[in-house]
Design a protein around this ligand. Structure first.
Ligand SMILES: NC(=O)c1ccc[n+]([C@@H]2O[C@H](COP(=O)([O-])OP(=O)(O)OC[C@H]3O[C@@H](n4cnc5c(N)ncnc54)[C@H](OP(=O)(O)O)[C@@H]3O)[C@@H](O)[C@H]2O)c1
Length: 174
């Protein structure tokens, strides 16, 4: 199974503030939904609660916590006590790809096992940010695609959809 990270980050790698996102970009939300639909999505307990503690519809929601009692049991949510257990649960779905969807703590731990990073780069700076994505190592990942979009009436900031692929996978794909 491929392990992919999906993230939206500012120029300075900011991803959140006060346990919420820092922007509203409808095209990014559509991209995220299309990419992850029908697939396992792995997230930290804080990210789960930043989405009102409700599972994303149409996906296998896997929430990681060290304290299982902190996440109420509910339909459509699997609770795991480690990243390794979350990956095992994702593999059991038989899907071709699992998506790590945040937040900062979980991204930091899963960077080493990621095959791909889908990064929406938001070209702006946010002083209120308090959670950051780790720096992508260009020794480990290559930018295989980047599509730029200008700001418009629905998107306050310009942004780019970037795909970063682990270098060994880029080489084996020629
Ligand atoms: N821009 C984006 O793309 C994006 C995406 C997702 C989230 N975010 C933002 O990121 C922020 C949340 O990120 P965060 O770093 O604060 O928290 P997080 O990564 O969402 O969750 C951290 C929690 O996960 C659990 N955890 C972490 N590592 C674990 C391990 N190895 N084993 C078991 N449990 C583990 C712990 O839960 P317990 O404390 O319950 O043990 C920990 O407190 C929010 O602002 C959110 O809006 C942004």
């Amino acid at each position: 199974m491929y392990i992919s990270l999906v993230v939206a980050a500012s120029n300075a790698n900011a991803i959140g503030g006060n346990n919420a996102l820092l922007w509203r970009l409808p095209n990014d939300m559509k991209f995220f939904k299309n990419l992850t639909w029908g697939m396992p999505v792995i997230m930290g307990r804080k990210t789960f609660f930043s989405m009102a503690g409700k599972p994303l519809p149409g996906r296998f929601n896997i929430v990681i916590t060290r304290n299982i009692d902190s996440v109420p049991a509910q339909e459509g949510v699997w609770i795991c006590t480690s990243l390794e257990e979350a990956i095992e649960k994702a593999k059991a779905t038989d899907c071709r790809e699992a998506f790590v969807i945040g937040g900062g703590d979980i991204y930091r731990q899963s960077m080493a096992i990621a095959d791909k990073i889908y990064m929406t780069r938001v070209h702006a700076d946010f002083s209120e940010a308090d959670v950051f994505f780790p720096e992508i190592s260009v020794d480990d990942f290559g930018l295989s695609e980047s599509i730029e979009f200008a700001a418009d009436e629905k998107h306050a900031f310009p942004y780019a959809f970037e795909t970063w692929t682990r270098i060994k996978d880029m080489e084996s794909n020629g």
